[in-house]
Design a protein around this ligand. Structure first.
Ligand SMILES: *Cc1c(COP(=O)(O)O)cnc(C)c1O
Length: 358
């Protein structure tokens, strides 16, 4: 017997590699620094709101996510029809490609960048046009603009870039938007926007005032610490938002996720305090690694990047022996999330002992 065959492009979908849990090492508390998760527990009041919603799990959630859209509309001072919520902003990338790409259409993106992009591209039957990062591990926005052709439907900008941590400037992004035809959707994936501390930072939502082709992606998974609940959102022109909602999985965002997201938005001051703590810890980790001789690109997310090449596996093993999991990219490098204070400190010590040359 042979099973029916899926579409040809399905065989081309690369596997998404999730961050692994840390190894068990007797006497050492294990820490996971491999998925850019938030080490803090949910913000005050969030678990209570989620628990209350969970008590009604015999009912479908509000398919229109109306409380969440209302809260987002207030938070961003934009009309509710500019938002599309989904099961994480990863889902919005899938929806966007499904809504805008015919098979064979091109999607320009930086590489190395978020590894969900090639997965979503292949699932949609679109053709990825990866544009190498610069030597500084940054998006090469002029080269990306050059890579746009008649077939290009979407251009993805990941800022800060996962896994290298670098962010584009507002000026550079404005130049890209002026260079790219308006028929191309420009996605600004701001999953880590809360952690950005740089001159001339991008303000995704502000771009919508001048550009109808911009789609901003945000998530509750990283700074807000709701990775396990799966909720993210797009901010876009109302017609783009409507297209994203049209292809959404019905009732995808659970009532628990909606309630937790609304409660989290109400706690923005607490959020900013926590983010500041993580940003400070990031500075200490990056500083510690540089003191040991490592080259660390500008880290604007809740993680940093070491391009270790052939030493990647050995570094990951050294971390494993210290009950730390980090995220390897075979033969390229390692992405290290900023975690608990003890985890950060141990990581710096392991790296110092490992030595910058391996
Ligand atoms: C983590 C991440 C997301 C968001 O993931 P969800 O949990 O699906 O919201 C989006 N883009 C990038 C670049 C990420 O690293």
């Amino acid at each position: 017997m042979t099973a029916p065959r899926p579409r040809r492009t399905i065989a081309d979908i690369p596997a998404y590699v999730p961050g692994r849990p840390p190894a068990v090492v007797p006497g050492l508390a294990p820490y996971k620094l491999s998925s850019n998760e938030n080490p803090f527990s949910p913000l005050p009041g969030v678990v209570a709101a989620a628990t209350e919603a969970a008590a009604r799990m015999n009912r479908y959630p509000d398919m229109g996510s109306s409380d969440l859209y209302a809260a987002l509309a207030r938070r961003f001072e934009l009309s509710a029809d500019r938002f599309a919520a989904a099961t994480g902003s990863v889902a919005l990338i899938f929806q966007l490609l499904q809504a805008y790409c015919d098979p064979g259409d091109e999607v320009v993106h930086a590489w190395r960048s978020f590894e969900a992009y090639p997965v979503a591209l292949a699932a949609a039957g679109a053709v990825g046009v990866p544009v190498p990062l610069t030597d500084a591990e940054e998006h090469d926005l002029p080269a990306m603009a050059q890579a746009v052709t008649e077939r290009t439907k979407v251009l993805l900008v990941c800022t800060p870039n996962n896994p290298t941590g670098t962010a584009v400037t507002a000026t550079a992004l404005a130049e890209l938007l002026d260079a790219v035809p308006e028929r191309v959707l420009v996605v600004v994936d701001e999953a880590y926007v809360e952690f950005v501390r740089m001159d001339d930072p991008v303000d995704g939502p502000a771009l919508l005032k001048r550009h109808d082709n911009v789609v901003v992606l945000r998530t509750f998974s990283k700074a807000y610490g709701l990775a396990g609940l799966r909720v993210g959102f797009a901010i876009a022109h109302p017609e783009v938002a409507a297209a994203l909602r049209a292809v959404a999985l019905p009732f995808g965002v659970s009532a628990v996720a909606q309630a937790a997201a609304v409660a989290s938005l109400a706690r923005e001051p607490d959020l900013l305090t926590r983010v500041a703590t993580l940003v400070e810890a990031r500075g200490a980790v990056v500083g510690g690694l540089r003191d040991s001789g490592f080259t660390v690109p500008d880290a604007q997310g809740n993680f940093c990047w070491l391009r270790l090449g052939e030493h990647t596996d050995a570094f990951v093993a050294a971390c494993g022996e210290a009950a730390l999991s980090v995220r390897p990219f075979a033969g390229e490098g390692v992405r290290i999330s900023i975690g608990e204070p003890e985890a950060n400190q141990r990581l710096v010590e392991v790296a110092a002992a490992f030595g910058a040359t391996g």
